[in-house]
Design a protein around this ligand. Structure first.
Ligand code: BES
Ligand code: ZN
Ligand code: ZN
Length: 485
C-alpha cells in the first residue's frame, strides 16, 4: 500500500473525519453542500465508531465517507485508530482502490506525527483478512492512501506506522496459520525469512543442541511429538559498543493439546494460537531491526508441540532444567512455563541479556481476570513496568500489573522437587505461572506478559481482524525504542 501526503483531493473516495456535533472544517467544495445537508438531517452525528457513506455518481469524488470521531475533547491517537477503522471498513465495502483522507479534519489535539502513525497502522491492520486457504479470494486491494493537507514531515510517521503494521500483520499471520503448517520447523523458517527481510541474524538449533545445552524442561514438553522442536535465536546488534542486551522470549507452542492432562475439545481448536508470544517477538524484532533502533536485542523462542504419545512426559514426573532446578510436573497442560524456564535461562546465561521480557499465552486464568481486553503483567522492576505502560499506551494496547509478592511463591513450591508446575486449583493461576518463569530470571530486570486473553479474538472489531491479533508487537517496539533513547 502506498501512503503519501498531498495538498489537494484527487481520489474518487474521500474520508472526512468528523467530530461529534461539529461540521467538519474542510472538504472539497463540491462535497460541502451535500455533506451539510446530510449533517442537518441528523442522520450522522459524528459519534465515535460510526461511519456513513454518501454515493455521488458522476462527480469527481464518487464516494464520500464520513468518519465519526466522537467528542473532540476526548480525542486520542487510539480513538483515531478505532474510529477511523469503521470508515476503512466502509471503504472495503466500496472496494475503493485509492483513498484521500482529510488530515486537517482531525483537529490539533493529537500531534501530527502520532496521527500519521495511527492512520497508517489503521489502514493496514483494518483491511487485513486471513484468506490464504480460501480458493476464491476477492480480488480487491486498497492500493494507496493519501493524507490531504498533511505536511511533508508526516510522511515519515506514515512510513513508520506502515512498518509497525506490517510487523503486526506478520505476527497475525504466524498465529492464523494452522498448526499442521506452522510447525516448529516452519516457525523457524519464518523467523529466518523475517531476519533476511528486516535485517537481523537468526540461528536455529535442533534436538542435539537442545540436549547439549541441558534444556531438559523444554525437551520434556517436546518429547511426544513427531514434529521435532527448534530453539530459535534472533540477534540484532543496533548498539555494538554497549553490553546491554534486551532479551525477548516468546512462548512458542505451535500446538497445545494439553498432553496427557488433555484439554476439552472446545479449548483445543484454537490452540494453534499458543505460539502467539513467539509471533509477537518475531514481529517486534522485525520492526526493531527495520527501524534500526540503537540497542541490542536478542529474541528467543523454544518452539515445540505439546502432544500425546507413549514417549510423552506425564503428571507426576520430576524433570530437570537448564538451570539445574528440578521440577515436579503436576499437569502436562502447564507446559508453557517449562519451555519458558529454559528459554529465559538460555537468554540470560548464553545470550547475556541484561533485561528480559517474556510474552506468553500462558494461563486461562488471565482470561478470567482481565478478559480479552488487557494483558496481565508481572514484573520485578517498577521502572521497567512504567516504561512498558507508556509503550502500551503509545500502541493503544492495555496492560495491567498483578502482584508478584513472595507469598505467592508458596504455590509453586514442591515437596519432592525444587518447583512444581501448577499451584492449587482455584489459586492465583496467572501469578503462579508468571512466578514460575520468574524463578529462572534471577535478579535480571524482568517483565512477564500473559497474552492468553489478548492474542486471539473471535470478534472483528475496530482495527482487529478475526483470529490472531498481533498483540504486543507494537508495545514491544515502543518499549525497545524508549530503552534505546
Ligand atoms: N496455552 C494454555 C493457556 C491458554 C488458555 C492460552 C486459553 C490461550 C487461551 C496453557 O498452556 C494452559 O493450558 N495453561 C493451563 C495451566 C494450568 C494447568 C495450571 C490453564 O491455564 O488452564
Ligand atoms: Zn497448556
Ligand atoms: Zn499452552
Amino acid at each position: 500500500m502506498k501512503l503519501t501526503v498531498r495538498k489537494k483531493f484527487t481520489a474518487k473516495t474521500v474520508v472526512i473525519p468528523c467530530f461529534q456535533d461539529q461540521r467538519p472544517c474542510c472538504m472539497p467544495e463540491e462535497l460541502a453542500e451535500v455533506a451539510d445537508k446530510f449533517f442537518q438531517s441528523k442522520e450522522f452525528e459524528g459519534k465515535a465508531g460510526t461511519a456513513a457513506t454518501l454515493r455521488l455518481p458522476g462527480q469527481t469524488h464518487h464516494n464520500l465517507v464520513l468518519a465519526g470521531m466522537g467528542k473532540e475533547e476526548d480525542f486520542t491517537a487510539e480513538k483515531a485508530r478505532r474510529n477511523l477503522a469503521a470508515a476503512i471498513r466502509e471503504v472495503v465495502k466500496l472496494k475503493a482502490e485509492d483513498l484521500d483522507i482529510c488530515f486537517d479534519c482531525f483537529g490539533g489535539k493529537v500531534p501530527a506525527a502520532d496521527l500519521g502513525l495511527a492512520i497508517a497502522e489503521t489502514a493496514l491492520l483494518t483491511s487485513y483478512k486471513f484468506d490464504t486457504y480460501i480458493s476464491e479470494k476477492k480480488p480487491w486491494q486498497l492500493d494507496s492512501i493519501c493524507l490531504v493537507g498533511a505536511d511533508a514531515e508526516v510522511a515519515d510517521s506514515l512510513e513508520q506506522g506502515q512498518l509497525l503494521a506490517q510487523a503486526t500483520l506478520l505476527a497475525r499471520r504466524l498465529v492464523n496459520e494452522p498448526a499442521n503448517v506452522m510447525t516448529p520447523a516452519q516457525l523457524a523458517c519464518e523467523a529466518e525469512d523475517a531476519g533476511k527481510e528486516y535485517g537481523f541474524d537468526v540461528s536455529i538449533y535442533g534436538d542435539d543442541k537442545i540436549s547439549a545445552l541441558g534444556m531438559k524442561a523444554f525437551a520434556a514438553v517436546a518429547r511426544a511429538s513427531e514434529q521435532r522442536p527448534r530453539l530459535i535465536v534472533m540477534r540484532y546488534s543496533g548498539n555494538p559498543g554497549s553490553d546491554e542486551i534486551l532479551g525477548l522470549v516468546g512462548k512458542g507452542l505451535t500446538y497445545d493439546s494439553g498432553g496427557l492432562s488433555i484439554k476439552p475439545t472446545a479449548g483445543m481448536s484454537y490452540m494453534k494460537c499458543d505460539m502467539g508470544g513467539a509471533a509477537s517477538v518475531i514481529g517486534a524484532m522485525s520492526a526493531i531491526a527495520a527501524s534500526k533502533l540503537k540497542l541490542n536485542v536478542t529474541a528467543v523462542v523454544a518452539a515445540c508441540e505439546n502432544l500425546i504419545s507413549g514417549s510423552g512426559y506425564k503428571p507426576g514426573d520430576i524433570i530437570g532444567s537448564m538451570s539445574g532446578k528440578t521440577i515436579e510436573v503436576l499437569n502436562t497442560d502447564a507446559e508453557g512455563r517449562l519451555t519458558l524456564a529454559d528459554a529465559v535461562h538460555y537468554t540470560i546465561h548464553e545470550e547475556k541479556a541484561t533485561r528480559i521480557v517474556d510474552v506468553a499465552t500462558l494461563t486461562g486464568a488471565a482470561v478470567v481476570a482481565l478478559g480479552k481486553i488487557t494483558s496481565a503483567v508481572v514484573t520485578n522492576d517498577d521502572n521497567l513496568y512504567v516504561k512498558l505502560e507508556q509503550a502500551a499506551e503509545k500502541a493503544g494496547e492495555r496492560v495491567w500489573r498483578l502482584p508478584g509478592d513472595e507469598e505467592y511463591k508458596e504455590d509453586i513450591k514442591s515437596e519432592v522437587a525444587d518447583l512444581k508446575n501448577t499451584g492449587q486449583p482455584g489459586s492465583a493461576g496467572t501469578i503462579a505461572g508468571a512466578l514460575f518463569v520468574g524463578s529462572f530470571t534471577g535478579d535480571v530486570p524482568w517483565l512477564h506478559l500473559d497474552i492468553a486473553g489478548t492474542a486471539w479474538t473471535e470478534k472483528e472489531q475496530h482495527y482487529q481482524s478475526k483470529g490472531g491479533t498481533g498483540v504486543a508487537v507494537r508495545t514491544l517496539f515502543h518499549l525497545a525504542n524508549s530503552l534505546a533513547q
